[in-house]
Design a protein around this ligand. Structure first.
Ligand code: MN
Length: 350
């Protein structure tokens, strides 16, 4: 297990030098943020980012994310150019020593929450998804202020985009994903890069938009689209595990056995009575997931990929990017280290 930590580049209030002070930290998970989706990342920008990370004593091996342009998901003729750019990014990142690229295939909206600063009983704040709140949100009519999505869309653009996906439907989205994978996975193979799709978050449709990377059946189908080790998963315990309908322990065991888990986002969530969830501290008892069991499965499979603490709460008065403060993620990292060390010293692998 290679412990890693997400960093949003120089504007991130969490400094690389602070991340390095977390025990056992191996690598930084980052991206080039000033190129719009679909563009090619310059070799110079990649080299600068790599140098900055390595100067801080950390490895530059995981990218999260290289975004997939909407035209690829929609299967428009313009996808050819965007796919060629994507292939070029894989090549360039591979040349720079990157081993793993996390991406997602969610239409229009990335991860979705109804509130980013929900107060928990202990006075911390967390990201939550309350179904009742979501039902009141309508991206086409009401004043949508959905946290965490690209607010640069004008309302009309958004309307058109949602309309396009409604026409597209779920099966055609699968087709477009397969088309994309058949183009990029061979390049990833040649470049020594593991592609690791992130599950849809939350793993169900929102606002009538199709979502397909959601549960076991669909992940099986995804892995079968291109049967290559380079076509793998980011196993996000919080995304897949935010509904009791997903048996994440069984799924993790199965996909590890297949050698298709390259990156793990380890975080805990607490299921709520309305079918939504609240993000919690990483510690098992704070949420609905058993973190010891999760790491135990990874350890049993001799997991040598990348693992990072995921969203944290805001604690100790910290302010910053919701979910991505230093303190609670560092607590999460130390907790995960503790579990892993115990496993190393008490369990046999294999
Ligand atoms: Mn995640």
């Amino acid at each position: 297990m290679k412990l890693s930590f997400r960093w949003y580049g120089e504007p991130d209030p969490v400094k690389l030098e602070y991340i390095r002070q977390i025990p056992n930290m191996h690598s930084i998970v980052t991206a080039i943020y000033d190129v719009p989706p679909g563009g090619v990342w310059s070799r110079q920008a990649i080299a600068q980012l790599k140098q900055r990370v390595e100067q801080a004593g950390l490895a530059f091996e995981v990218i999260e994310s290289v975004p997939v342009h909407e035209d690829i998901k929609l299967g428009l003729p313009s996808r050819e150019e965007y796919i060629a750019n994507y292939q070029e990014n894989i090549r360039r990142l591979g040349e720079a020593g990157v081993k793993c690229i996390c991406y997602n295939f969610m239409p229009v909206f990335d991860w979705t929450r109804t509130q980013l600063d929900y107060p928990l009983a202990d006075g911390s704040t967390a990201l939550v998804y309350h179904k009742e709140q979501l039902e009141k949100m309508d991206p086409l009519t009401g004043e949508l202020s959905l946290p965490g999505w690209d607010s640069s869309y004008q309302k009309q653009e958004l309307q058109a985009l949602i309309g396009q996906y409604e026409q597209l439907g779920e099966e055609q989205l699968w087709e477009n994903l397969a088309y994309f994978l058949r183009a990029v996975i061979p390049v990833a193979e040649q470049s020594g890069v593991m592609m690791a799709i992130h599950p849809d978050d939350p793993p169900w449709g929102i606002f009538g938009l199709p979502r397909i990377i959601t549960g076991e059946q669909n992940l099986d189908r995804f892995l079968g689209l291109v049967d290559s080790p380079n076509n793998g998963l980011t196993f996000c315990t919080g995304s897949l595990g935010c509904t009791p309908q997903n048996d994440i322990y069984h799924m993790l065991d199965k996909y590890c056995a297949m050698g298709r888990v390259h990156f793990v986002h380890a975080r805990n969530v607490k299921w709520t009575a309305d079918g939504g969830f609240e993000e919690s501290a990483h510690f098992s008892q704070c949420g609905s997931l058993d973190m010891v069991r999760i790491l135990g499965i990874l350890h049993r499979h001799g997991f040598a990929g990348y693992l990072r603490p995921d969203h944290g709460r805001m604690i100790w008065g910290e302010t910053g990017r919701p979910g991505y403060g230093l303190y609670d993620r560092a607590l999460g990292a130390s907790y995960l280290n503790g579990i892993w060390e115990t496993l190393e010293k008490t369990q046999k692998k294999g």
